[in-house]
Ligand binder design. Structure first.
Ligand SMILES: C=C(OP(=O)(O)O)C(=O)O
Ligand SMILES: [Mg+2]
Length: 560
């Protein structure tokens, strides 16, 4: 393979290095596979493979903890314990004693545990995936296949995968991964969001990505969406120089967000927890516009304790004594599955199922505990705490949520506008709450009927679609402050358009803040309004982009 591959650029920057792929599925060792007769050697090989898996998981856990990710370490240590379970070792030994080959014996012994767990209620059933992961790692070692999961390397690499789940990325070291490339995943998939949060260049929806061989050198341009195979040194140097030049152009703009004529637009950060604060502050965030609290609940069988929640929330609230922090209550379901809050039944379309506030209505105790922890965390602090619900559809949802907030002593309730019905009837919804925050990722998914997890639909998952802008307009005009916290807010040109539509604050992954700050500072409010009108008058996303740029001449000066 040679040349340049084109995907969707979702996190700007340039990264070059050798490809390392997240290995694919490990095949089931055939039933009836027998060993050659030396049962002792075969048993020893099987147990050595399990021990190697346990040691590897522990080592990864230590590295995760050293990088500040103690939750990641706990998950990995729990998996290591499963791999060393003496009952499991006995099961493997017994199968080998019957003549079954080591890999098949491991597979069958795990099968017994798997069935036990799967039938033991929701909490334990959710651990089946962890068990399968350990089994596949051990089987891969015994069969000499690549070990599944995120690879490790002594030198920095470009991580290539079909797609990345939030749990895969929990243990990634941003110093090791110079870029992400995935075959699946749209611009608003969690791979894209995590890449932006980590400040790692990323290209998603790249056809043929997983056919890139390990070790192939590539140059990834996360702004252009390109992956150049076997780049020359000169190509790498000039791509890096261009990225650096843009960086220094942006460094000129500092301070609170405002247009060239002084119209203030607070620039806030999207975060997943306290670990993202440093980067938010370093990029001049004026507060937090979206605290995605699901990350605290991810990959665990039981919800965090009240004290654990309060501590995490307080750390975030304390970081902005003179600013605001907008916390989103749990958005469980669909692309953010939580083990302890499974869907009530089989959902053929999880994105249209019980997620977000719909799940909170089903489990009001989980919401009440979260709101109470937030209220306690904010006690005696000067920060303005605002709390919003995801996936609100109508005024009834909004009224219910505002009532729950009032009961918990939360003073500033709001809702996300990410369902087209809520945008179209924004005035009714606004009567119930204090503020809106538009989630353009989901709003685009629902307006264009394009699942945000499906890579092949990237063309439709584009917030420049004029229909999406038509939905932003009524929400921004509904009479309550209206921010945007979807990924659209981090696109410098679209940020100007959103301000032109009447949006009052913008919240984005921290590395995008300097780009948006500079783009706003280069244009007047009137230019933003003209760009918005031109974009809405266009017929397609591409035409909207081009039409808006005509009114935003300062973007070119910034190399954008
Ligand atoms: C900000 C949003 O929320 P999330 O991406 O977490 O669904 C959105 O939908 O735009
Ligand atoms: Mg959303």
């Amino acid at each position: 393979m040679a040349g340049v591959l084109q995907g969707a650029g979702v996190s700007p920057g340039v990264g070059a290095g050798p490809v390392l792929r997240v290995a694919g599925d490990v095949p089931e060792p055939p039933a009836g596979d027998r060993h050659g007769g030396d049962a002792a050697a075969e048993r020893a090989a099987a147990l050595a493979a399990l021990e190697a898996v346990a040691a590897d998981l522990e080592a990864r856990g230590e590295r995760a903890a050293a990088a500040g990710n103690t939750d990641g370490r706990d998950v990995l240590n729990a998996q290591a314990l499963m791999a060393r379970d003496p009952g499991l070792a006995d099961g493997v030994g017994a199968k080998v004693g019957e003549g079954v080959a080591a890999a098949r014996a491991v597979f069958e012994a795990f099968g017994v545990y798997r069935e036990m767990l799967a039938g033991a209620g929701e909490y334990l059933a959710a651990r089946v995936a962890d068990l399968d992961d350990i089994r596949d790692r051990a089987v891969a070692r015994l069969l000499g296949l690549p070990v599944p999961g995120v690879p490790e390397s002594d030198e920095p690499f470009v991580l290539v995968a079909r797609d990345l789940a939030p749990a895969d990325t929990a243990v990634l070291d941003p110093a090791q991964v110079v870029a992400f490339v995935t075959e699946e995943g749209g611009p608003t998939s969690h791979t894209a969001i995590i890449a932006r949060t980590m400040g790692v260049p990323a290209v998603v929806a790249l056809p043929g990505a997983v056919s890139l061989a390990d070790g192939t050198r590539v140059l990834v341009d996360g702004a252009a969406g390109t992956v150049r195979i076997d780049p020359s040194e000169e190509e790498v140097r000039s791509a890096r120089a261009a990225a650096a030049a843009r960086g220094s152009a942006l460094a000129e703009f500092t301070g609170p967000g405002a247009t060239a004529d002084g119209h203030e637009v607070p620039l806030l950060a999207n975060i997943g927890g306290p670990k993202d604060l440093e980067q938010a502050l370093a990029n001049g965030a004026e507060g937090v516009g979206l605290y995605r609290t699901e990350f605290l609940f991810l990959d665990r069988a039981t919800p965090p304790s009240d004290a654990e929640q309060e501590e995490a929330y307080r750390k975030v609230l304390e970081a902005f004594p003179a600013g605001r922090v907008v916390v989103r209550t749990l958005d469980a379901g669909a692309d953010k599955p939580l083990a302890f809050l499974p869907a009530p039944g089989e959902e053929p379309n999880p994105a249209l199922g019980e997620r977000g506030v719909r799940m909170s209505v089903r489990h009001p105790d989980v919401l009440a505990a979260q709101l109470a922890a937030l209220a306690r965390a904010a006690t005696d602090l000067t920060v303005k705490l605002q709390v919003m619900a995801p996936m609100v559809t109508d005024a009834a949802d909004a009224a219910w949520f505002a009532g729950q907030c009032r009961d918990a002593g939360i003073e500033h309730p709001g809702v996300m506008i990410e369902v087209p019905a809520a945008a179209l009837r924004a005035r009714d919804v606004a009567a119930e709450v204090e503020f809106f925050s538009i989630g353009t990722n989901d709003l685009t998914q629902y307006a264009c009927a394009a699942d945000r997890q499906v890579g092949g639909l990237a063309r439709l998952q584009d917030p420049w679609q004029p229909a999406v802008l038509d939905l932003v307009a009524p929400a921004a005009a509904a009479g309550v402050p209206c921010g945007v916290c979807g990924e659209a807010a981090g696109d410098p040109a679209l940020a100007c358009v959103l301000v032109g539509l009447g949006v009052t604050s913008l919240s984005m992954s921290a590395p995008s803040l300097p780009l948006v700050r500079a783009a706003l500072a280069k244009h007047t409010l009137e230019q933003c309004r003209e760009a918005a009108a031109a974009a809405r008058a266009a017929r397609t996303a591409g035409e909207a982009r081009d039409a808006a740029r005509v009114h935003l001449p300062g973007l070119a000066d910034l190399g954008l």
